[in-house]
Design a protein around this ligand. Sequence first.
Ligand code: HSE
Length: 396
Amino acid sequence: MAKAAIMGYGTVGSGVYEIIRMNADKLAASCGEEIELKYILDIRDFSDHPEKELFTKDVNDIINDPGISVVAEVMGGLHPAYEFTRDLLLAGKSVVTSNKELVATYGSELLEIARETGVNYLFEASVGGGIPVLRPLARCLAANNIKKIAGILNGTTNYILYQMITNDKSFASALKQAQANGYAERNPAADIEGHDACRKIAILASLAAGKSIDYTRISTEGITDITLEDVKHAEQLDSVIKLIGYAEFLENGRVYAHVAPMMINKHSMLAGVDDVFNAVLVNGDAVGDVMFYGPGAGKLPTASAVVADIIDAVEHYGKTRNIGWVKADEDLTADRDEKKFRYFVRADKDADIAVFGKVEEFKSLGDENVFMTGYMTAGEMDAVRSAVKTAIRILD
Ligand code: HSE
């Protein structure tokens, strides 16, 4: 019998509890032993809960219980999640989490502690919600040098864009619905300004590189400047606009990464990823393109990945899984001008289009010209920005 605890009884934590209760037999069959849920840590009062005896407000009950072998940290935020996770790993307990902020910020250190104490720090749910992506990337694609990753990594923004375009919903009402559905972060700025996707692409890039990629070095834009006009222009060009986390592993060993709205041709595998769904397109030198697709947020999908990590941790107790990275000695992120993109541009009518390289799909509409540029660096685009109303990178 493996003894487990949950830290945080919010959307994901209550989902983890539900799955442990709902699928107890399946879980036991998968790990070869039953999982006994011994504690749920939360500072709030759950005295009306049918299993109120499981609740504690003191993390030391879990840290000091020698019987506990695995803990799900689904409380979110950096503190005290970091201190609790560190102390649990040091106490020889595996920790599994959906906390992308913590993994992106302290992942290197927590992974190192887990290796030293011979336990596991697993975080499948931190990227792509219920989609199996981190374990497949680290293990099933282990034979590849990963060349590129492009992902729709935030369910809330994808949901908002989809509801605005398809159901004519306002930005505010789509966001409200995303919050009601349990997709949005406590502070929705983390979703709509791209910070959540930034942490996720940093985790994916670190895993693919085997070395930490500092998320604070990743250029990050959200969806707040995207207008319905932009979306309609994109449609005329047989394309859609999505918030993309992008990482490219350059020949010089550095990693170019950004989070930004990008224009995607409708034929691309990512173009049809709508609603709260996420997808991660990975290009490996042996396998070519592989896409992981599924529900990117929400209670049970995210909890599904957390509970799978609990099973994995129980099965591999005492043996650290090779799903992680080591701390890089230097900053591995490439300068933004090391990579060129084509851009979809809406420019003032009097702007000199010669500066945009080999322009395609040129259209003169009212007081603006709309076109696709040649390949440009972000610096080159900044130099002509004053004449530009909208500049959106095109995903090739
Ligand atoms: N707020 C996140 C999203 C939750 O919308 O994708 C899942 O990480």
